[in-house]
Design a protein around this ligand. Structure first.
Ligand code: UD1
Ligand code: CA
Length: 526
């Protein structure tokens, strides 16, 4: 059930679109259902249906592998994002609930979708709220087991909470018996009922024929004037059918996200679980509490992650990598043994094995750093491939470029890829040497083994093995600096720039001289 708005979130976005550990909430319920269900999964959408369906489509594409970026598959030794076991999951059926008239009404829409797809109803149904992302497979399996064992018509998952406010309360038989009688929503509860700390998690297993019958009998006679799914419990009791209940052994699993506080609480729990899972698989977190790893990230064995690192989206980190502090890596693939030094931002990029990046590097979308290449400090790359073993160590911008193998790119090299209207390509072939402070005005190509002299502005293609140099011819004026010092010391007349008026050989445009006696004394002292 994912059709609700989620008023208490006070958001412009439907609640199930909000992210927990970097993925939309709706996907937790969906994937759990897909793992547990024997058959079809239906998602009830309603509020912002188009966006929710978009997420479901994208998810279906990813799990079958078809929408996986091509870049990913090229990196060796990194876990690919295919489902364990390799079996592709079929996309869920979609039921649209145009008006959100309650959880019972949501299931009525799912009923139609199922009957349409199968021709007839199923023997039993697992029903999940879309806002309980902490729920685990183990707990749901246990609920299914108890449902079967007790030959129940309905089995519900409950949790005993310190603060049950807002949830539906599980009302058991008063005569000391344990039997569940009904679920009462917070808003409909009496004072005594509100004191009950056992809550309905919103996870149900229901007998098929009974469910369909019960749905027809639901009435919106309650505070919210909604069709409550929870009323099927009361209906089963009235019919003398068995209602089973399983208490979650970890009550946190029952956390339903209705508010931003609950969203943050779920985030904390899930992040902790994710880190523990990777530590179990042999990853070192120097300070787990400050390391943020999204749910879809994979990390290879013996990787070491320093404090304050954020790994986002479908990022894959290879074995033996070292990711230093304050780096953020999103939707990227990092090969084995890569060093990412401090404070890097890496987005939609690929870094192959044994490469090094940072500190303070920015790899923007479409950057590919091939094996053993090195990207140093204050370097920005975008839609650029840096060939194997090539180096761009300091203060450079490479955009829309293809750089071959064994290339050395000197400090302060800039590819001028944009003329204000369009973007152009720069191609630098293998074993080129580019001196410091060069500009490559694209479109331009530098042939193999060519050398670009420092300070050159390359505006034409450079043939292989050539030297390209474009500079002003340098003039040295002997004694110039000493003369100026002498003139300034003698307080000789000088122009507004501080340049002495005589003699003629004196410099025309010396560096501006600070006014004030103290500063003057220091001039030329360094
Ligand atoms: C529901 C339960 C409550 C339980 C709590 C657990 C009902 C009547 N109450 O309350 O007993 O303790 O969950 O978290 O079921 N939805 C739809 N269509 C609708 C209404 C809701 O698809 O018309 C979906 C929502 O998107 C959400 C889920 O159903 O994923 C639960 O809805 P929500 O409004 O959060 O129910 P609660 O008031 O929390
Ligand atoms: Ca809820």
């Amino acid at each position: 059930m994912a059709a609700g708005l989620g008023k208490r979130m006070r958001s412009k976005r439907a609640k199930v679109l909000h992210q927990v550990a970097g993925r939309p909430m709706v996907l937790y319920a969906l994937e759990l259902a897909q793992r547990v269900a024997d058959e079809a999964v239906v998602v009830v959408v309603g509020h912002q249906a188009a966006q929710v369906k978009g997420i479901l489509d994208e998810h279906a594409g990813h799990t079958t592998g078809s929408a996986r970026p091509r870049l990913m598959s090229r990196v060796k030794g990194v876990t690919a994002h295919v489902k364990a076991g390799g079996s592709p999951v079929s996309a869920p059926l979609i039921a649209e609930q145009r008006q959100q008239l309650g959880t019972g009404h949501a299931v009525m829409q799912a009923r139609e979708a199922i009957v349409r797809a199968r021709g007839t109803g199923a023997a039993r149904y697992l029903i999940l709220n879309g806002d309980t992302p902490l729920l685990t497979d183990t707990t749901v399996q246990e609920l299914l087991r108890v449902y079967e064992e007790e030959k129940a018509a309905v089995a519900i998952l409950t949790a005993v909470l310190e603060d049950p406010s807002g949830y539906g309360r599980v009302i058991r038989h008063p005569a000391g018996e344990d039997r569940v009688m009904k679920i009462v929503e917070d808003r409909d509860a009496t004072e005594a009922e509100r004191a009950v700390r056992e809550i309905n998690v919103g996870t149900y297993v229901v007998d098929g024929p009974f469910l369909f019958e019960a749905l027809d009998r639901l009435q919106p006679a309650n505070a919210q004037q909604e069709y409550y799914l929870t009323d099927v419990v009361k209906l089963a009791v009235e019919r003398g059918l068995t209602v089973a209940a399983v208490k979650a052994s970890h009550p946190e699993e029952g956390l339903g996200i209705n508010s931003r506080e609950q969203l943050a609480a779920a985030e904390r729990v899930l992040r902790e679980r994710i880190r523990r899972r990777w530590m179990h698989k042999g990853v070192t977190f120097i300070d787990p509490d400050t390391t943020w790893v999204d749910a879809d990230v994979t990390i290879g064995r013996d990787a070491v992650i320093y404090p304050d690192v954020t790994l986002e989206g479908k990022t894959a980190i290879g074995e033996d990598c070292c990711i230093r502090s304050h780096s953020r890596i999103a939707h990227s693939t990092i090969g084995p043994r890569v060093q990412v030094l401090d404070s890097c931002v890496i987005t939609d990029a690929v870094v192959e094995e044994d490469a090094a990046v940072g500190p303070f590097a920015h790899l923007r979308p479409g950057s590919i750093v091939r094996r053993k290449a090195k990207v140093g400090n204050f370097v920005e790359m975008k839609k650029t491939e840096l060939g194997a073993g090539s180096k761009v160590n300091h203060l450079s911008y490479l955009g829309d470029s293809r750089v071959g193998k064994g290339v050395n790119i000197g400090a302060g090299t800039i590819t001028c890829n944009y003329d204000g209207y369009r973007k152009f390509q720069t191609v630098i072939e293998d074993d080129v040497f580019i001196g410091s402070d060069a500009q490559l005005v694209a479109p331009v190509k530098v042939g193999r083994r060519a050398v670009i002299a420092a300070g050159t502005t390359v505006t034409q293609d450079v043939p292989a093995d050539a030297l390209a140099i474009s500079r002003m011819v340098q003039a040295n004026r002997l004694g110039w600096a000493a003369k100026r010092r002498g003139l300034l010391a003698a307080n000789a007349p000088h122009d507004s720039n501080g340049a002495p008026r005589t003699p003629r050989s004196a410099p025309r445009r010396p560096a501006p001289v600070a006014r004030g006696k103290g500063r003057q004394k220091r001039t030329g002292g360094k």
